[in-house]
Design a protein around this ligand. Sequence first.
Ligand SMILES: Cc1ncc(COP(=O)(O)O)c(C=O)c1O
Length: 406
Amino acid sequence: MSVSMLAKAIAESPTMKLNEEARLLRERGQPVIHLGIGEPKNKAPIAAILSGAAKLNTGDVKYAPADGTPSLKKAIIRYTEEHYDKVVAPENVIVSSGAKQAIYNLLYTLLNPQDEVIILSPYWVSYPEMVKMCGAVPVPAKPMDGGYVPNLSDITMRMSSNTKCIMINSPNNPSGAIYPDNFIREVVALCEKEGLYLIMDDIYNRLVFAGKRVTNPIACASDFGSDDCKMIVINGVSKVYAMTGFRIGWAVANPKLIEVMSIIQSHQTSGPSGLLQKAAVAAINGTQSCVDNLVMTLENNARVMVQRLKAFDGVKVTPPDGTFYCFADFSAYDKDSTRLAEFLLNKVMVCTVPGVEFGMEGHLRLSTCGTSKEITEGIERMKWALDPNSPNELIIGHRKMVRDWL
Ligand SMILES: Cc1ncc(COP(=O)(O)O)c(C=O)c1O
């Protein structure tokens, strides 16, 4: 088969491979614990379900406007005012099929071949591949201090005459870190001075733990939403409302950019399903206690996970400030995170995501979306597999596992 050069350049995600292996093991009745998945277990808000169902019952589900329905745009405008203290216009908003599509369409709108996009490591796995899918060049910027929080010089040292754009995701997938206020302000100022686009992927910005604060990027911009402003803020319902399967995300930006993104989207997928947009309106405008409950569960789970991980001799872990994840350094056990993830799945049936996919080898990303019982058992199994002082046997389900490795 002859596929395009562009298609050849896009890496298959090893996450998918591990997920598939985990699925097959589960299908064979094996007691797999999935610490890989970035989606909460709870159901969508009831208001969203009822609203979507009511629309479906009318049988009148037709093409929706390419850039989003007026009612969802209105809800997003209200959301932006509530959470970013900024009133924007419908022309500043595009609704896409997930934040993923919003980001991809945005990159497609902005990038020429050879343009460079600075992506802070550790990064969400899809960023580099999306940039490559646009024929442009991802430039990972790893913090020099080896941690998860960059400083401005980590970015400036990677800038070149081809730099077009900087992508920031805080709170961050996979590290769970919130970038400091002064860093966000400095990056906004840098982008304004150098005329760079700044993509703020804010998909986790309400999933932060007690006492933590996320800087409002819009408040740092000179004139957000005006024709000349090059900051774009990405959001969606997937994470905050546990509506991953509804595929509704959005971008808020200057009207010219939104207009071009809308044209691209109109030829690509058309607007997201009106049915699902209706459900998203109900989630955004409905009672928000589901978000508080989700944050409480995640915070508790993160505490349990970090506590258990600290009992390992060879693991370095920083408690996350928010999100669904703990990103821990397992390099003392194996520097090759893909091999380590395979080992843990095969030996103790715990599914994790290798850090190499996020640009940080030697780490594993562990999800806090499961129950605290699953987390406790998953981490205990991992400890048994990795700690040379573990007892020789472990019972998993009805199976007796015997350590036949060092
Ligand atoms: C950082 C980040 N951005 C965007 C997305 C995509 O979200 P959506 O489900 O809205 O496409 C994800 C999903 O994992 C994510 O982690």
